[in-house]
Design a protein around this ligand. Structure first.
Ligand code: UD1
Length: 334
């Protein structure tokens, strides 16, 4: 298949492009580099030895994006492009609603015009809020605690309504748990601008000496050691889940969790990182972060049943590959 990957230069998008190319698909990337750069594109070529097409375009701009649809014969779309910083979304809600909703609507209008009926959407476990774990696809969603999460809920609704109105259309909503790690080559990985919001990039920057210590947000949750528990998933497992989703699309809509089903606490992750990489990660306990939940992990049965997919890599692989990338990766001013 010839697959349009929006946000294909980004963290999860670039790893997915590699998995698609390695599975024999063709790839057309649309990205405006608002949170990524050319280096990821070069790395995709180096790692796979394969060619792909690239359009530098904001996916919310109909006429600019249309060029990709007129010049390429697109069979399916994987839609990653979107703003994703939780704190920023609270400060600038209009930017988040405008960008994240308009990009999906624009893409769907182009899919309708060019009769593209296969679609995979990058959703998030954030839609489960503080519900009962393990999170199952059928459970009721809780209101999101921030505009970023709300755009995921709304985009899911837009895609479901579009699928209901267009019986030939097939869409899978993939709810990711906590993607971490990097391609084992160390050439691509997560490269946040500024201070990392997420745990793993913060840990790798502390290990590298770029930050003094990790602040563990709360040690009084009702969990194994009081720190927050998450379902960390290796980004290459996640990438391969997208290939499986694309290949298992059926008319109508479906929703599938991509996680490992296993919870790991903040301190367990720190210890695993220290052990596998033989490097110390100093930390101190800080107050809870607003909006955080104690426990978040997936029920993974549906992914196995519907996609024939399960995560293969463990927490040690995630820590090793994240560190390998951080060591290769230069930050501004370094
Ligand atoms: C966060 C977002 C979620 C988004 C996901 C994308 C929030 C509240 N949620 O999930 O909506 O889909 O990222 O990757 O931001 N932690 C620390 N110290 C740190 C950073 C994190 O102790 O410096 C802890 C957190 O309290 C949490 C765990 O590490 O228990 C994971 O945090 P993080 O990587 O930010 O992911 P989530 O909060 O699960």
């Amino acid at each position: 298949m010839n697959i349009l990957v929006t946000g294909g230069a980004g963290y999860i998008g670039s790893h997915t492009c590699i998995a698609l190319l390695e599975a024999g698909h063709q790839v057309v990337i649309a990205d405006d580099f608002s949170n990524s750069d050319e280096k990821a594109l070069e790395a995709i070529g180096t790692i796979t030895g394969k060619d792909f097409k690239f359009y530098q375009v904001n996916v919310a701009r109909f006429h600019r994006l249309e060029k990709a649809f007129t010049e390429q014969k697109i069979d399916g779309v994987i839609h990653f492009a979107g703003f994703k910083a939780v704190g920023e979304s609270v400060e600038n809600p209009l930017d988040y609603y405008a960008n994240n909703l308009k990009s999906t609507i624009t893409l769907l209008k182009l899919c309708r015009k060019y009769k593209v009926q296969q679609f995979v959407f990058s959703s998030s476990a954030t839609v489960y809020g503080d519900g009962e774990v393990p999170f199952v696809e059928t459970q009721n969603l809780k209101p999101a605690t921030n505009p970023y999460g709300e755009t995921k809920v709304m985009n899911e609704k837009i895609l479901k309504d579009y699928a209901k109105a267009n019986p030939e259309f097939a869409v899978i909503l993939l709810r990711y748990f906590n993607p971490v790690g990097a391609h084992p080559s160390g050439l691509i990985g997560e490269h946040p601008r500024g201070i990392p919001n997420n745990l793993m990039p913060y840990i790798t920057q502390v290990a590298k000496g770029l930050r003094d210590q990790l602040y563990v947000f709360g040690d009084d949750y009702d969990t194994v050691d009081g720190t927050g528990v998450r379902d960390y998933i290796h980004v290459m497992d996640l990438a391969e889940g997208h290939v499986q989703a694309m290949e298992h699309l059926q008319k109508g809509w479906d929703v599938v969790n991509l996680g490992t089903g296993k919870g790991t606490s903040v301190l367990e992750l720190v210890r695993a990182f220290e052990k596998v990489n033989e490097i110390e990660v100093p930390y101190s306990i800080a107050p809870r972060r607003e909006g955080d939940i104690a426990l978040c992990y997936a029920d993974t049965q549906k992914a196995q049943r519907v996609l024939g997919w399960r995560a293969k890599r463990n927490v040690e692989d995630m820590c090793r590959d994240a560190w390998q990338f951080e060591k290769n990766n230069r930050h501004e001013g370094q």
